[in-house]
Write a protein that binds this ligand. Structure first.
Ligand SMILES: Cc1cc2nc3c(=O)[nH]c(=O)nc-3n(C[C@H](O)[C@H](O)[C@H](O)COP(=O)(O)OP(=O)(O)OC[C@H]3O[C@@H](n4cnc5c(N)ncnc54)[C@H](O)[C@@H]3O)c2cc1C
Length: 303
């Protein structure tokens, strides 16, 4: 309910204008690792020093012009170069609408394949984030195409709130498949997504267990410690090798939990977004947790 209200309000032009003006000073900086690539690389370096790897995201989504999509693609090629040259331990995460998918499927496809080719040259990896449900089918299709070209260098995200996801997981499972499993962050109708959080949580655990059982590399991306506890129990009881899964969290959220998992010898990764275009990303983080809105309101009153 809270999530629906925040995601709905955030689309209002007055709210958007005010938030864009003050949001960075009032809380968005907690979730965003700077405006530029060099700043982001420095953040990655200090995260790596704590035994945690990174997936780097250049903020932005749903471009409106082809030139913006080309710039977005070039920024990802530059990120892969910078990661390689600096020697930090990081891969990249991208959104296909930022690559032009919403303008023209062929454009999104071409840009994705170019980025995955480059990642393969560096023996690095591209994670395709999952966006809202109109893009689910085409995202999975383009993932499969990129995976056929470079099986070791690309993976996709599956969202536990969608009814379809268990079928997708079963259909897509196979050698060298690499899935990040998340609960899902967009506003979705009840016709496609579980409305109840308890159902999403249950489906999340079922998906992780199914993915591990089928031998896929599985990124368990959640801050939910109850779920992390259940996954730890499952991998212990089923002798799942530690190199078959990792835990992932978002920059600015519960880092101490991730650090403690890293100290216990589990593979861990932080999703680090950077760039100027932080609005939509920040709104989804606020929608996930009422306390983030209180944090924002307190900062506003303190001014
Ligand atoms: C690495 C990573 C990548 C992701 N990629 C995608 C993607 O491609 N597509 C997509 O739809 N979604 C993505 N998400 C977001 C995801 O779908 C959820 O919206 C988000 O992770 C919150 O759900 P949760 O699993 O942490 O569980 P929740 O039940 O929402 O949260 C569990 C607890 O974690 C803490 N917490 C959760 N979120 C926050 C927050 N924003 N601020 C502070 N505390 C918080 C709270 O204490 C909360 O009680 C990603 C999440 C992660 C961690």
């Amino acid at each position: 309910m809270f999530r629906e209200v925040v995601l709905g309000l955030a689309g209002n032009p007055v709210v958007e204008g005010a938030l864009k003006r003050y949001g960075m000073q009032l809380g968005a900086a907690r979730f965003v690792a700077g405006a530029t690539l060099p700043e982001a690389i420095e953040h990655i370096r200090s995260i790596n020093q704590k035994g945690v790897t990174v997936t780097l995201d250049h903020l932005g989504e749903a471009v409106r012009q082809q030139s913006e999509a080309v710039n977005a693609k070039d920024s990802y090629l530059a990120m892969l170069d910078a990661i390689h040259q600096s020697g930090v331990d990081a891969n990249v995460s991208l959104k296909l609408t930022m690559m032009g998918l919403g303008l023209d499927e062929e454009l999104g496809r071409k840009h994705l394949l170019e980025i995955v080719d480059k990642a393969a040259e560096y023996n690095n990896f591209v994670r395709i984030d999952m966006e809202d449900s109109p893009y689910t089918e085409v995202t999975l299709k383009l993932f499969e195409e990129a995976h056929a070209a470079h099986p070791q260098n690309v993976g996709v995200v599956l969202q536990a709130y969608l009814y379809r996801t268990m079928d997708d997981l079963k259909r897509l499972s196979g050698p060298n498949k690499n899935f990040r499993i998340v609960k899902g962050a967009y506003r979705e109708p009840v016709s496609v997504a579980f409305p109840s959080k308890a159902d999403v949580d249950e489906n999340y655990v079922r998906l992780v267990e199914e993915s591990l059982t089928r031998g896929n590399y599985t990124a368990v991306a959640t801050h939910d410690e109850r779920i992390i506890g259940r996954v730890l129990k499952f991998v212990h009881e089923h002798n799942v090798p530690r190199d078959q899964f990792e835990f992932q969290m978002l920059y600015g959220v519960r880092f101490s939990v991730l650090e403690s998992l890293a100290k216990q010898g589990f593979a861990t990764r932080v999703y680090v977004p950077y760039g100027e275009d932080w609005y939509a990303y920040y709104v989804r983080r606020v929608a996930e947790r009422p306390a983030n809105l209180l944090f924002f309101a307190r900062a506003l009153l303190d001014r």
